[in-house]
Design a protein around this ligand. Structure first.
Ligand code: LMR
Length: 394
């Protein structure tokens, strides 16, 4: 049986992680996978997370199963963080999932169960695991223009023109903030226009929000998602706690389904619990419990938000420093977009050959489409990257 398996395509981001690990050069720079690193190159456990874990170890009296959809307190805390009061809770179904990817997967399965003919529209480009999972599930897929390679900004006219092709019941996958891989994001008036289009088309929004707090701030980064939730009768939200709580390996995420009415919400809630049971039974609890504790304890929450803000500002500082180094080296402002982009990533606009040249000559690892992880940089490596970009002729 096993011999009849065929090799599966490797995930480009994870493949790059392996290549980096195997590179013996001491001066190599990892700008691949989206993991935050501080100035010393460490991915720290956040202070509030460490404290919540300590309390959990001291106070937890049982590790018996939670509910199939996870602990309702986690769903409520996450709904508050993402949606604030944008959507009434009696229309909101929710389930804890193993990370943001688990939420995407469960959401797509629910879409396939509810309307197998619906197409899922993806931004071009998007996080490569989106099309990979959609293809794996056999769900029809379409693309909308998103990024203008010349201006390195959102091609909003192209996006709206392509979304005119959306049929009633189709699903449009949107990055809530900090677009991965480009770093180019919608403005609030653009979110308004997208909401109006989806409403007019009778289409469903599916928001992937994995970097809340990494762009313009915790509230600002959720503004687009909140706007859609306030306007649309139905939407899905896949949320990740990997990045903003720094708990990558705990696999903590949540899927929300906003339904037009209470009865439909109950149907969706039952489906989410069913899907959890079919795929892995109970979702992981440790990370979810830590997040709940951090969000519900005023002191821990304030400390977490302050540390997250430091992380955000350090990334912004790195963006500005890199744009500055490139301005000094090229005498032009053509890399100014790096300081305009938000979140962990920017797409540089280098060719695959230039990306390879930077890897071979300078030991700089970025994804083949020239996405680089800003949070992988530090004060020492910013000039090294700027030098390599210029040397590669980008
Ligand atoms: C990334 O895009 O690098 C992150 O979302 C990590 C991952 O799983 O790919």
């Amino acid at each position: 049986m096993l011999g009849s398996l065929t090799p599966q395509p490797a995930d480009k981001i994870l493949q790059l992680m392996e290549l980096y690990r195997a590179d013996p050069r001491a001066q190599k720079v990892d700008l691949g996978v989206g993991v935050y690193r501080d100035a010393e190159g460490v991915t720290p456990v956040m202070r509030a997370v460490r404290e919540a874990e300590r309390r959990l170890v001291d106070e937890q009296t049982t590790k018996a199963y939670t509910g199939l959809a996870g602990d309702p307190a986690f769903a409520e805390a996450m709904a508050g963080l993402i949606l604030a009061d944008a959507a009434p809770r009696d229309r909101l179904a929710a389930a804890a999932t193993p990370g943001g990817t688990g939420a995407i997967r469960q959401g797509l399965e629910m879409i396939r169960m509810a309307s197998p003919e619906a197409r899922v529209w993806l931004s071009a480009p998007t996080w490569p695991n989106h099309p990979s999972i959609i293809r794996y599930l056999g769900i029809p897929m379409a693309e909308y223009r998103y990024f203008d390679d010349d201006t390195r900004a959102v091609d909003f006219a192209g996006m709206m023109a392509d979304l005119e092709g959306v049929a009633p019941g189709d699903v449009v996958l949107l990055h809530g903030c900090c677009h991965n891989p480009t770093g180019a994001n919608l403005t609030l008036p653009e979110w308004e226009a997208v909401a109006a289009l989806l409403l007019r088309k009778g289409a469903i929004a599916f928001v992937d929000i994995a970097y809340q707090g990494f762009g313009d701030g915790l509230q600002q980064d959720a503004a687009g998602t909140r706007l859609l939730a306030a306007r649309l009768p139905e939407m899905l939200i896949a949320a990740s706690c990997s990045k903003n709580f720094g708990i990558y390996r705990e696999r903590t995420g949540a899927l929300f389904a906003l339904a037009p009415d209470r009865a439909t919400r109950d149907l969706a809630q039952g489906t989410l619990a069913f899907l959890n049971r079919q795929n892995y039974s109970f979702p992981p609890d440790h990370g979810a419990r830590v997040v709940t504790m951090v969000l519900n304890d005023p002191e821990l929450r304030a400390d977490w938000a302050a540390e997250l803000e430091d992380v955000r500002l350090s990334m912004l500082g790195l963006r500005e420093a890199l744009a500055h180094e490139l301005r000094a080296r090229t005498g032009s402002d053509r890399f100014g977009f790096i300081a305009q982009h938000r979140g962990m990533f920017s797409r540089l606009g280098a060719s695959p050959e230039q990306v390879l040249a930077m890897r071979e000559t300078a030991g700089i690892y970025m994804v083949g489409d020239s996405r680089f992880n800003v949070a992988g940089l530090n004060a020492r490596t910013v000039p090294i990257l700027a030098e390599a970009i210029v040397a590669a002729g980008v």
